[in-house]
Write a protein that binds this ligand. Structure first.
Ligand SMILES: C=Cc1c2[nH]c(c1C)Cc1[nH]c(c(CCC(=O)O)c1C)Cc1[nH]c(c(C)c1CCC(=O)O)Cc1[nH]c(c(C)c1C=C)C2
Length: 559
């Protein structure tokens, strides 16, 4: 029999990224003000990979301006937008944005704007538009080399009855690459899917898990034998019934809780959510950093919250009256509850000797690094096309992508006054009009354990040169940028590789077994890499722990 959990008298949150800050935020709202909450952050700043910087642009470098005023330009070094959807994680995120008083800072990008609608994939020396409507499918299919040969792959899909390879069948999972090749063929897998996955995970479709990343497709194949949704009602009903039967009771409970919350939050803040109707993504006038600044300001003003910066945690140990947190400065403190909001690989380090089984499982969640290169050109509308940006799929030969780029984002279109339509000059984020792009380099291409891998480019000058060479070759942009910055984001995106779901189950058991419900894990390593997911699952974990439940933080995945 497990002993009852002691009441919460103190809490530590390990990690001051978005997951750590939002965990502390929800805890501070749920716990009595007498319970101290301590955030440990290893670096000198909070926010993790979310970082925006404002650079000064000397008046002399502004095209045709002739003025004397210096201007400023905002660069994002990590995530740059938040997705707007009906998902509870999105509604929760905007509830937080609203509660933090950030409504006036929103830059709303409508679904039908160029910045949201025009998405491209680079292939065979061309920037190809991805269809956004039925009529555009027909138009683009015949005019773009990217789509050549894909129609037979789509037509054949509903009739394919092939099985996953044996070893993947045994572990009830498969790589996205294997799945897409089986369902469609190599064109859709390598030209389309790999590009889309680069844009989110910077990862390799032949490593990542279809079960964890595209669960709805994985389930649909198992229930209907096809992943293309049928319009016939008999098929839909059949799918629904089987899906419900397969979903563990716990997940249904969490889903119901999410749905109830979503209805309540939209009802309470109807006028705010009306502004997001028809939106694709949002950005912020002061950048994503603003979310961090607001959270930091809110938490710093609370007497029971302490943020310890430059404080590296070295060990986490289960003790009789709580969990002991030891730091590199030689301090040890015991807390009645601890939330780990650090990446899995860091938690693995600090539990190596105190919970070795857990540590082993955590090490099975790898991550990739991205060099984010921001460029600003003082000439507006310099690019050959407008839109979100373009992705580089794995189908491009190495000779056409020696820089190992994953994609290029057209930031100035997202933050322009008319979201890239090109009709109204000016930016909602920068004090001057111009062309702002971000080139994303590396990701899984920098995994040197793989035959195709090459060493990471960490050096800023080299990364900027590579980014410029790439956009000169692929878009004909040869101008000297007025501003350029490179940020090497080390191990920034966790990779949910094949077997991730089974590994989560083992982590769940090891966390509960090793710490008896006194430690919960949150963060991008486990249930979702998006900012929305990180914040939502932090809230769920905080609520569960404060309600006295013995949880690991991973329950919402049905472990
Ligand atoms: C550091 C680079 C990152 C790359 N991906 C991510 C980061 C932080 C994480 C990420 N990117 C997207 C999502 C999905 C968001 C969601 O569903 O909530 C996540 C978790 C999508 C995305 N990718 C890029 C942008 C601008 C967006 C959001 C907007 C949108 O979908 O419209 C650009 C981009 N990010 C990366 C690459 C290689 C890339 C290329 C164009 C890596």
């Amino acid at each position: 029999m497990t002993s009852a959990l002691r009441p919460i008298s103190s809490v530590a949150v390990l990690g001051g990224g978005i997951s750590g800050l939002s965990t502390a935020y929800y805890l501070s709202r749920l716990l009595p003000k007498t319970v101290p909450i301590t955030i440990y952050e290893a670096s000198g700043r909070v926010g993790g990979y979310i970082e925006s910087t404002k650079l000064q642009l000397p008046a002399a470098s502004i095209d045709g301006a002739g003025g004397e005023k210096n201007e400023d330009v905002l660069f994002e070094h990590g995530p740059r937008t938040l997705r707007v959807s009906k998902r509870v994680s999105s509604l929760n995120m905007f509830d937080l944005i609203n509660s933090l008083g950030m409504a006036d800072e929103l830059i709303v990008v409508p679904k039908d704007s160029a910045a949201a609608r025009n998405r491209y994939i680079y292939y065979k020396g061309r920037i190809n538009m991805i269809p956004y409507s039925l009529s555009s499918i027909l138009r683009f299919y015949f005019s773009q080399a990217l789509f050549r040969g894909m129609l037979p792959e789509v037509i054949r899909e509903p009739f394919r009855r092939n099985q996953p390879p044996k070893e993947m069948r045994e572990q009830e999972d498969e790589t996205i690459g294997s799945f897409m090749n089986r369902r469609f063929g190599p064109r859709i897998a390598d030209r389309l899917m790999s590009g889309v996955i680069h844009g989110i995970y910077a990862g390799d479709i032949y490593q990542l898990s279809v079960r964890s990343i595209l669960e709805y497709l994985w389930k649909r194949e198992r229930t209907t034998g096809s992943i293309i949704p049928f319009p016939f009602s008999w098929n839909r009903k059949q799918t629904q019934k089987k899906d419900e039967a397969e979903t563990p009771a716990d997940v249904n409970l969490y889903e119901q809780r999410g749905k109830d919350y979503a209805v309540q939050v939209v009802d309470q803040h109807r006028s705010f959510f009306n502004r997001l109707e028809g939106a694709s993504v949002v950005s912020f006038t002061k950048g994503m950093q603003s979310i961090i600044n607001h959270l930091e300001d809110y938490l710093s003003a609370l007497p029971n919250v302490t943020i310890k910066r430059n404080m590296s945690v070295t060990e986490l140990k289960n003790v009789v009256d709580g969990v002991m947190v030891s730091t590199a400065t030689g301090e040890s403190h015991t807390y009645s509850r601890v939330f780990s909001a650090m990446p899995a690989r860091k938690l693995a380090e600090i539990t190596e000797f105190t919970a070795p089984g857990l540590s082993q499982c955590l090490k099975r969640i790898p991550s990739v690094s991205v060099n984010v290169v921001n460029l600003f050109f003082s000439k507006p509308r310099l690019l050959p096309v407008t839109g979100f940006g373009y992705l580089l799929p794995r189908a491009i030969p190495r000779s056409d992508n020696p820089e190992r780029a994953l994609g290029v984002v057209f930031d100035s279109d997202t933050v322009s006054k008319d979201a890239g339509e090109g009709k109204i000059p000016g930016s909602l984020q920068d004090s001057v009009d111009g062309t702002k792009v971000t080139v994303m380099l590396g990701g899984h291409w920098w995994d040197t354990t793989k035959e195709e891998g090459t060493p990471a480019v960490k050096d800023a000058e080299e990364a900027i040169t590579n980014a410029r060479t790439l956009i000169a070759r692929q878009m004909g942009v040869t101008e000297e940028p007025a501003l350029a910055q490179s940020t090497f984001q080390e191990s920034c995106i966790p990779q949910y590789v094949v077997g991730h779901a089974a590994n989560l189950k083992r982590i769940h058991e090891a966390v509960l077994g090793g710490f008896g419900g006194k430690v919960a894990v949150v963060g991008a390593s486990y249930l979702g890499v998006s900012v929305n997911d990180c914040v939502y699952y932090s809230r769920i974990a905080a609520e569960d722990v404060v309600a006295g439940r013995r949880v690991s933080g991973l329950e919402a995945s049905g472990v």
